[in-house]
Design a protein around this ligand. Structure first.
Ligand code: IPM
Ligand code: MG
Length: 397
């Protein structure tokens, strides 16, 4: 309530503090998950210190560790925390192949935790930004001449349908041969809702939507494109460019600058978004937002990297990027979100790297003056540098 507020209350009423309080379910996950989550939480603490905002963190077990401690990869404690939260921040889950074998197939982290989380909140639209600022473009394995302006693509992946969630069966057929059957299923509403998101994003950005499909082979893509023709009637200002998914894979390498917003079904999006991480130079640069009708959750696109867990070398960019996406998309804190992005980018633009990032470009501007290796920072050092810059941005605004 501002002092100018025409309130009818008496002057003895204390003016309530205008506080934006948010509940966040915190699912740190497995292996490097807790290490990178610690850095993400530092960002929330810093924002709470400098802005009129409060975050209540509901920590809960989730993933392979949760199976061992609670008997379930997505235990009731985690469901309750997620149900109660305004948004969910999830770290990567899963253990090494050998460790995973100790867990029944249906309770392994992917099938037992991630897919049920997506289904529970119907998080149908997965935003996967594939972004490198021009000053970070030396991280890309692509030639600088291919990405003169960096990379800036928003890949939107359908997340709760298709092969991932279709009927599955295994058995022995009439010839005595073992067989498997997995079904790519969509109803028209599932397709329509994610296409609408794609069109809206294209409208807000450059007015061009790349529709990625395989309609030369798959009936599901023919149907997808039929629904697209219906949806596009409401978006006459958006240009649609159709591209087959295999051709899109090539184009992402040869000329990523042709893409702005891309929309596609679940499995295509899983594969092409990892390729997105490839052209950035690391999946460690890929945060993502999983948006449902009532709730969203935020997770890095990468796995839990058990081989480097506990070494304090994981890149926390994607996890901190998830915080930035959550601030903007779930809480409407756009300026704060922008500050988090700016802080992280300025650290990389100053020449620092993390262990996952190699510098591909021989003429990298930092290599003459300073050895890139000398500027390779740990998980906590990257966090320290981001916090210094973020605090500067928050206090100079
Ligand atoms: C991703 C991951 C997941 C997926 C796995 C871990 C279930 O690869 O988010 O891209 O396939 O969706
Ligand atoms: Mg994937």
């Amino acid at each position: 309530m501002s002092s100018a507020d025409q309130s009818t209350t008496t002057s003895t009423d204390p003016t309530p503090k205008v506080t934006n309080a948010y509940k966040i379910a915190l699912l740190a996950g497995d292996a490097i998950g807790p290490e990178i989550m610690t850095q993400a939480v530092r960002v929330l603490d810093l924002l709470a210190k400098h802005r009129d905002v409060e975050f209540e963190l509901l920590e809960a077990p989730f993933g392979a560790g949760a199976y061992f401690s609670h008997g379930k990869a997505f235990p009731d404690e985690a469901k309750q925390a997620c149900d109660a939260a305004d948004a969910i921040l999830k770290g990567p889950v899963g253990l090494s192949h050998a460790e995973s074998q100790k867990i029944p197939v249906e309770e392994q982290a992917e099938r037992g935790a991630i897919l049920p989380l997506r289904a529970r909140y119907n998080t149908y639209a997965n935003f996967r930004p594939i972004y490198l600022s021009p000053d970070m473009s030396h991280f890309s394995p692509l030639k600088q001449s291919v990405i003169p302006n960096g990379i800036d693509i928003l890949l939107i992946r359908e997340l709760v349908g298709g092969l991932y969630f279709g009927a599955k069966e295994r058995g022995v057929n009439a010839d005595g041969k073992r067989y498997v059957k997995e079904t790519l299923e969509y109803d028209e509403n599932q397709i329509r809702q994610v296409l609408i998101i794609g069109f809206e994003q294209a409208r807000q950005r450059k007015g061009v939507l790349h529709n990625i499909h395989k309609s030369n082979v798959l009936m599901s893509s023919v149907f997808w494109n039929e629904v697209l023709e219906e949806v596009r009637v409401d978006f006459p200002d958006v240009e649609v460019i159709h591209l087959l998914v295999d051709a899109a894979a090539t184009a992402l390498c040869l000329n990523p600058g042709q893409f702005d917003v891309m929309v596609m079904e679940n499995m295509f999006g899983d594969i092409l978004s990892d390729q997105g991480g490839g052209i950035l130079g690391s999946l460690g640069l890929m945060p993502s937002a999983c948006i449902g009708p009532e709730k969203a959750y935020y997770e890095p696109s990468h796995g839990s990297a058990p081989d480097i867990a506990g070494k304090n070398i994981a890149n926390p960019y994607s996890m901190i990027g998830c915080v930035a996406m959550m601030l903007d998309m779930s809480f409407g804190l756009k300026a704060e979100s922008d500050a988090v992005w700016a802080a992280m980018r300025s650290v990389f633009e100053a020449g620092y790297t993390t262990a996952d990032l190699s510098v591909h470009e021989p003429e990298n501007k930092h290599s003459d003056t300073q050895s890139a290796a000398a500027k390779k920072v740990s998980t906590t050092e990257f966090g320290d540098l981001v916090m210094i810059e973020l605090e500067r941005l928050l206090t100079s605004a």
